[in-house]
Ligand binder design. Sequence first.
Ligand SMILES: [Ca+2]
Ligand SMILES: [Ca+2]
Ligand SMILES: [Ca+2]
Length: 258
Amino acid sequence: MQAAAQILTLLMPLLSGGPAVEIDGNLGEWEERAFHDGVWDVHRVSQAPWFDAGKRNRLTKHAANEPAPEDDLAARYYMAWDAKYLYLGAEVRDNVNDVADPKHEDKRWYFKDAICWFIEAPRDAKPERFGEGDNAFCFVIDARKPAGYGAWWRHGNETRTYIEEPLRAADYAIRMTGRGGDFVLEARVDMAATFGKSSPAWRAPREGDEYSVEVVHTDPDGGAYGGHLMIWGNGDEDETWSPMRLAGPKLPVERRPE
Ligand SMILES: [Ca+2]
Ligand SMILES: [Ca+2]
Ligand SMILES: [Ca+2]
């Protein structure tokens, strides 16, 4: 049974009035003003309405001394927008950084540690697989930022599906933060240069516009294909992606005095 009715519309805040975002691998200047909904790990994903046990949404075991699942992969994902850019961030706990793919091809981000935001802009009612308006912004978690494939763009347009090319219309930074493969990713994507090419129905962003979103977070850690968490959706079918509305600025979480 399709559980789409249980999926909430995510509200992505407008960044305005605060410090300018600097793409340097530190989210401090904007994370309080961005959308995020707490820590995701396999335990939480397995309770979500879009969870598809075992098929793609999974972690993998490589050795007897594998850490607990929440230490294998856990992350917060951040999103915000302004007149020109989509801002994407992640703070991640990952036990091993693995970006070595024996059968490397530029488009094979999903065989490496990577975070990929799948976004349809604008969202429409037509079920598609990387057709018109569907975009994937994929960042391989290789601190060397390899030219050509470090940032990748899979998308459709009015006549084609699964167009694969380097994501040139983005700035991004990766900062490895300590244990094993822990990292922070900070990125911004030029919307006109991406969404504008993917759908003639896209317009310069305004409050109230509706997109949809899914995060695909891959984690091979020495395996061939490896771990794979899907958040807010279930795969390439864009009708499974969660609605996401462009909202006004967000107020910081308030702590009340005792
Ligand atoms: Ca920053
Ligand atoms: Ca891992
Ligand atoms: Ca990893």
